[in-house]
Design a protein around this ligand. Structure first.
Ligand SMILES: [Zn+2]
Length: 493
C-alpha cells in the first residue's frame, strides 16, 4: 500500500548526528511531502535493515543525542522537564523523566518545537473532518487518539517523520527491502482496504487520505471503510470493491471472517493485516482459515506510526533504529526479556515537531529473549495490547447482533465527547454506562448518541442505563477495559 518513488542505495549514514534533519536548529521545518527527503528516508531505512545489533544501537544512540539537544533548546516542555539533567552526550535514557499524555495535553503548544501553532488552531483543525489527511499550516500531520487510558491525545508529526514512517511501512512491513524478490504481493496488482474508525483524525485514516492525495494515481486502489455502519452495509461495500489486502482490528477481522464463512462476504485476499488490539492465536487461526490467506500483525500508534513489523516467521520486530521501546514495571524499573512489562516507554527518534522521549504508551510488551531464527537483529516482541470485548446483543426476533468495541468507543468519543468511560453489557438487551468525573456532565449526551447508534443498527429494544460507579480497572493488570461483557469479565476473574 505504501508507494515509493525511488530507493537510495547508500549503506552508510549520511549525517554524523543521524537525526531526521541533522542540525540542532533547522531554519525551516520540513515540507509535508518532499520527494528528496522521502528518498533519503527510504535509503536510510533500507540500509538500517541490514545492520547488526551493535550498529543499530549506535545509530539509535546518535539519533537520541541529537534529539535531546534539539528538544532541550526548542521545546519548552523539555526545557522544564530536563532542567539540571546531564548533557545530551552523557545522558542515558533510563535516567530521563517519563513523559505522560497528561504532560503533553496540559500545555500542547509547549510540547511543540513549531513556533506559532496555537492550541486553538490545532483544535479547529481536528474539529473539521474535511481536513483529514491534509496538512495543518501546510506542513504538519495531526493525529488524535484516545489510547487505552481514557485521556485523549493530540500528536503532531512533520514531513521528515512521515517520510520515515512511510519507508518503514514499505521496506520492512511490506518486505520490499528483501530484494530481489519482494515478500509481499506486487504493488501494481493490489486493492487495499482499511476497515476502521474513519470519522476523525486518527492515524490510520489520516495516513490513507494523505497517501491518496500525495499519489492520486493510487487513489482508486486504496480505500477506507467505516466500522460504524451496519455490518450488512460494510459487507456489501467490500464485496463491491473486492480488496486483495485488508487491514482491520482483530475484532473486526473476526466478524468479517464469520461473514465469509456464512457466505455473505466473498473476498479473495492475498493478506490480512491486524493491529490496534491484541491478536490472539485463536483469532489469527480462525481468520486465516476463513479467508485462506496469511494474517500479519502490525504494531503502530498515533505516537509512532510503524513501531514494529512481522518477519516471515510472524514475529514482531521493533524498528529499533527509529523508535526505542522500554518495557518497565509498575514502578518504572526495566523488565528483563521474557517477562511482560506493566507499560512501555516510547522514544520517537524521527519526529522533531513534537518530540516524545520516554513517553508512557500504556501497552504491555514482552521482549523475546532468544534471537529470531529469521536473522533480523531488531528485537522481537509480543504485544498485549487493548483487548476489549465484542458485545452480542439481541436484535429483532432475538437474532444476535454483534457490536464492535472500536465502533462503540468511537461513537462515545467522537459523537458523545466523553473519553473516560466504561460500557458494560449486563444482559441481552441491557448496557450499563460508567463515566469518570469529567464525563458525568455529558451523561445525557453520551446516552443519547449510544441510543442513536443502537437505532442505526436496528437494536431499538436495548436499554442504556447510567451506573453511579466510575470506570473500574482490572484488578490484576490495572488496565482499563472500556467495552466489557460483564459475564465474560466475571469468568476472567
Ligand atoms: Zn524474525
Amino acid at each position: 500500500m505504501r508507494p515509493i518513488t525511488r530507493t537510495a542505495t547508500a549503506t552508510t549514514p549520511r549525517r554524523p548526528e543521524g537525526g531526521p534533519a541533522g542540525e540542532v536548529a533547522p531554519a525551516q521545518p520540513p515540507a509535508f511531502f518532499d520527494p528528496s527527503r522521502w528518498g533519503r528516508a527510504a535509503g536510510d531505512v533500507w540500509s538500517g535493515t541490514w545492520l547488526d545489533r551493535d550498529a543499530l544501537e549506535r545509530r539509535a544512540h546518535q539519533r537520541l543525542c541529537a534529539l535531546l539537544r534539539f528538544a532541550r533548546v526548542h521545546v519548552p516542555l523539555y526545557r522544564r522537564l530536563h532542567r539540571g539533567l546531564p548533557p545530551a552526550s552523557a545522558a542515558t535514557l533510563a535516567e530521563l523523566p517519563v513523559l505522560r499524555k497528561s504532560h503533553v495535553m496540559a500545555d500542547l503548544p509547549a510540547s511543540l518545537s513549531a513556533v506559532g501553532l496555537s492550541r486553538g488552531a490545532i483544535e479547529e483543525f481536528i474539529a473539521d473532518p474535511a481536513r483529514i489527511g491534509r496538512p495543518l499550516a501546510g506542513r504538519y500531520a495531526v493525529w488524535t487518539s484516545s489510547g487505552s487510558t481514557g485521556v485523549p491525545g493530540v500528536f503532531v508529526h512533520d514531513g521528515d517523520a512521515l517520510a520515515v514512517y512511510d519507508a518503514l511501512e514499505l521496506l520492512r512491513f511490506r518486505g520490499l527491502s528483501s530484494a530481489p524478490v519482494p515478500a509481499g504481493p506486487l504493488l501494481a496488482s493490489e486493492r487495499y482496504a482499511m476497515v476502521a474508525a474513519i470519522e476523525g483524525h486518527f492515524a490510520g485514516i489520516a495516513t490513507v487520505e494523505r497517501l491518496r492525495r500525495t499519489f492520486p494515481l493510487l487513489a482508486p486502489w486504496v480505500r477506507a471503510f467505516s466500522v460504524l455502519q451496519p455490518l450488512k452495509d460494510l459487507v456489501r461495500q467490500l464485496n463491491e470493491y473486492r480488496p486483495t489486502l485488508l487491514a482491520a482490528y482483530p475484532t473486526v477481522a473476526e466478524l468479517l471472517a464469520d461473514e465469509q464463512r456464512a457466505g455473505r462476504l466473498h473476498l479473495s485476499l492475498d493478506e490480512l493485516w491486524c493491529g490496534g488490539e491484541s491478536l490472539s492465536a485463536a483469532t489469527r487461526a480462525q481468520v486465516a482459515r476463513e479467508f485462506g490467506c496469511r494474517v500479519r500483525e502490525a504494531y503502530g500508534a498515533s505516537e509512532f506510526l510503524s513501531i514494529a513489523w512481522p518477519c516471515r516467521l510472524d514475529r514482531l520486530h521493533v524498528n529499533a533504529d527509529w523508535v526505542v521501546l522500554e518495557g518497565v514495571d509498575a514502578r518504572g524499573r526495566p523488565v528483563p526479556p521474557g517477562e511482560p512489562s506493566h507499560t512501555t516507554l516510547l522514544t520517537n527518534l524521527a519526529n522533531r515537531t513534537q518530540p516524545l522521549i520516554r513517553y508512557d504508551l500504556g501497552d504491555s510488551i514482552t521482549v523475546l529473549p532468544a534471537p529470531c531464527p529469521c536473522g533480523s537483529q531488531m528485537p522481537a516482541i509480543v504485544v498485549q495490547g487493548r483487548s476489549d470485548d465484542v458485545l452480542t446483543l439481541a436484535g429483532r426476533h432475538g437474532l444476535p447482533v454483534k457490536l464492535l468495541p472500536l465502533a462503540l468507543e468511537t461513537v462515545l468519543e467522537e459523537e458523545g465527547r466523553v473519553s473516560d468511560f466504561q460500557l458494560l453489557q449486563t444482559g441481552q438487551r441491557q448496557l450499563l454506562l460508567r463515566l469518570g468525573r469529567a464525563g458525568r456532565a455529558r451523561a445525557d449526551a453520551a446516552r443519547a448518541v449510544l441510543r442513536a447508534y443502537l437505532q442505526r443498527l436496528d437494536l431499538p429494544g436495548v436499554r442504556v442505563q447510567l451506573d453511579a460507579a466510575p470506570p473500574c480497572r482490572e484488578p490484576c493488570s490495572g488496565k482499563l477495559r472500556r467495552v466489557v461483557n460483564a459475564a465474560r469479565a466475571a469468568a476472567r476473574g
